[in-house]
Design a protein around this ligand. Structure first.
Ligand code: MG
Length: 236
């Protein structure tokens, strides 16, 4: 594996509540987009990814997908408990999209409106469903993806990590082929760059770092309204 990752505050938000993991040695890649006032969003995204990583590599043995899912559920518990412990952190939560590569397989867990994409043979495929008000409308046919991208209520999440004692996390596994590229990102990227443009940029820049920097550059050129996080990994 090879990977490049970057995270930027953008041009409007006062702080960066996104966080990521790009761990080539252990094959773990993740993004989290925190929410909550008084910097609680930053606490939630950091706490979630540290808990996920810790539980995954130091927790109970088992099949990769159930281990990863167990680690995500553990992260939920940690963030939720922390939110109950202080008034400033009440109601905080985070998105979580993580892929763990084991052998030729990618194991994925996902909750919220960050995204994972697979780029294979020049084609871009989204691997996750947005757990958001507009995401549900797109899936039921009430909105097009383009309308959703510009919708005033696009930031309302229908599911998040850490906002309740129980949580419903999507999980799946995919078979990887050499040359596959995986793109994990927060909504700060795809809200200002369409899927067609994402595919074009990643296909045009074979070097991962160049592609990631070009994606960020374009997001900022378009106003950088939100924190932007990109993790781009190549399966060799
Ligand atoms: Mg965001």
């Amino acid at each position: 594996m090879r990977a490049e990752a970057l995270s930027h505050t953008g041009l409007v938000r006062p702080g960066n509540e996104d966080y990521f993991i790009s761990d080539v040695e252990r094959g773990l890649f993740a993004v989290a987009d925190g929410m909550g006032g008084h910097q609680a969003g930053e606490v939630a995204s950091h706490l979630a990814l540290r808990a996920l990583e810790d539980r995954l590599f130091n927790g109970p043995a088992g099949e990769p997908l159930s281990r990863l899912l167990g680690a995500a559920e553990f992260a939920n518990e940690i963030v939720y408990r922390c939110s109950l412990a202080s008034q400033e952190r009440a109601g905080m939560g985070t998105t979580l999209t993580a892929i763990w590569i084991v052998g030729s397989k990618g194991f994925l867990v996902h909750i919220g409106d960050s995204r994972a994409y697979l780029l294979r043979d020049g084609q871009l495929q989204v691997l996750t469903n947005d757990h958001s008000y507009v995401g549900e409308l797109v899936r039921s046919g009430g909105l097009t993806a383009e309308e959703a991208r510009l919708h005033p209520r696009r930031n309302i999440l229908t599911r998040a990590l850490g906002t309740g004692g129980t949580v419903n996390i999507d999980s799946r596994e995919i078979e990887l082929k050499p040359g596959d590229r995986l793109l994990l990102c927060t909504d700060g990227l795809y809200e200002v760059i369409s899927d067609e443009e994402l595919a074009e940029i990643v296909n045009h820049h074979q070097e991962l770092g160049e592609a990631a920097r070009e994606l960020l550059r374009l997001a900022l050129e378009r106003g950088g309204p939100d924190n932007v996080t990109v993790v781009l990994a190549l399966y060799e």
